[in-house]
Design a binder for this molecule. Structure first.
Ligand SMILES: Cc1ncc(COP(=O)(O)O)c(C=O)c1O
Length: 328
């Protein structure tokens, strides 16, 4: 079993998150039992997958005696919202650099959702065009006399991914307790830390669950695959685990649609269906597209009715307010 105790960690998350059956959705689809792992309920300013990563990232920042946290993301980044919240809770100043990288031209996108929460949580926000992110960061480092701890977009480096190594252990314990076998765990993949951490964690479990990442970000499938592979290798090195075989890197590239952060009809159907059948709020950028993939696979007959599958709800629902017009 992987020992995470050597890594600095600050408790931020409400763990374990619930694991619940989506009975009405399973019945409606006449498909396998769908279990939802509620990482939208991790806490920290409306929850999401970043809470687990931030436990280790903020632990490292504190360990390195950081005086200023800088991070990166799109205007509606969930990662930025949760990082800003962690900084507020722990008393760090935070300066996120937000990139206007998504071509979604609505006032709600520019003003509401996560961006509104970043402002409310007290961040000093730099909003720039995508080509200006690096130069803005360099200028910030040049003028800064405080010790800066920079967190990559999505909190996805080997340190942040430890949160999902830990989550694999948590899921395995819950599944053992239920006495069931999960055929596949499906979740949204973008900066790859969630998937890399889960893959490494599961590879060290006695009954590993296959992990299927739904690519919502990269236009190039090969690029996404090498991103997950590289990060899984880094995480395995960090925790002293065996190298990850290629067949554990599983991705589906069919649900990104026209681009990162751009709606698809299948995402709108998935978000609406899960809201109205189960009272669970997904999001338009990540979990909605991942659920659209799961629904499409169930409709295609990928699993039997007596099988069990798991959907990891990675959060993101504050973005619903930024995108409300597409649901009307
Ligand atoms: C709500 C939500 N789900 C999924 C993801 C994807 O996770 P990762 O970036 O670790 O691949 C993100 C972050 O980018 C997210 O904000």
């Amino acid at each position: 079993m992987i020992d995470l105790s050597p890594f600095p960690r600050i408790k931020l998350a409400q763990l374990p998150t619930p694991l619940q059956p989506l009975k009405r959705l399973s019945a409606l689809l006449d498909g396998p039992t769908i279990w939802i792992k509620r990482d939208d309920c991790t806490g920290l300013a409306l929850g999401g997958n970043k809470t687990r990563k931030l436990e280790f990232l903020m632990g490292e920042a504190q360990h390195q005696q950081a005086e200023l946290i800088v991070t990166f993301g799109a205007v509606q980044s969930n990662h930025v919202r949760q990082t800003v919240a962690a900084c507020a809770q722990l008393g760090f100043p935070c300066e996120p650099i937000l990139s206007r990288s998504v071509d979604f031209d609505e006032d709600s996108y520019r003003l509401s959702g996560n961006l509104f929460l970043d402002q409310l949580l007290g961040a000093t926000i730099h909003q720039v065009n995508p080509e200006d992110v690096k130069v803005t960061f360099r200028a910030l480092l040049d003028r800064e006399s405080r010790r800066v701890y920079a967190i990559p977009a999505g909190g996805s480096n080997a340190t942040g991914s430890l949160g999902y190594v830990n989550c694999a252990r948590e899921i395995s314990a819950q599944v053992d307790n239920l006495g069931i076998e999960i055929k596949t765990l499906v979740h949204a993949t973008s900066s790859a830390g969630t998937q890399a951490g889960l893959i490494v964690g599961m590879a060290n479990e006695t009954q590993p669950i296959p992990i299927l990442g739904i690519n919502v970000y990269e236009a190039n499938a090969g690029h996404m695959e090498s991103k997950v592979r590289q990060l899984a290798t880094d995480v395995a090195d960090k925790v002293g685990s065996a190298p990850i075989p290629d067949n554990l890197i599983q991705l589906n590239h069919e649900h990104r649609g026209p681009g990162y952060g751009l709606p698809t009809p299948a995402m709108i159907e998935a978000v609406t269906l899960v809201a109205q059948q189960e009272g669970v709020l997904l999001d338009p950028v990540y979990s909605g597209k991942a659920m659209a993939a799961l629904i499409a696979m169930i409709r295609a007959g990928t699993w039997h009715r007596d099988d069990h599958v798991m959907f990891l709800h990675t959060g993101g629902n504050p973005a619903l307010f930024a995108y409300h017009s597409i649901f009307q």
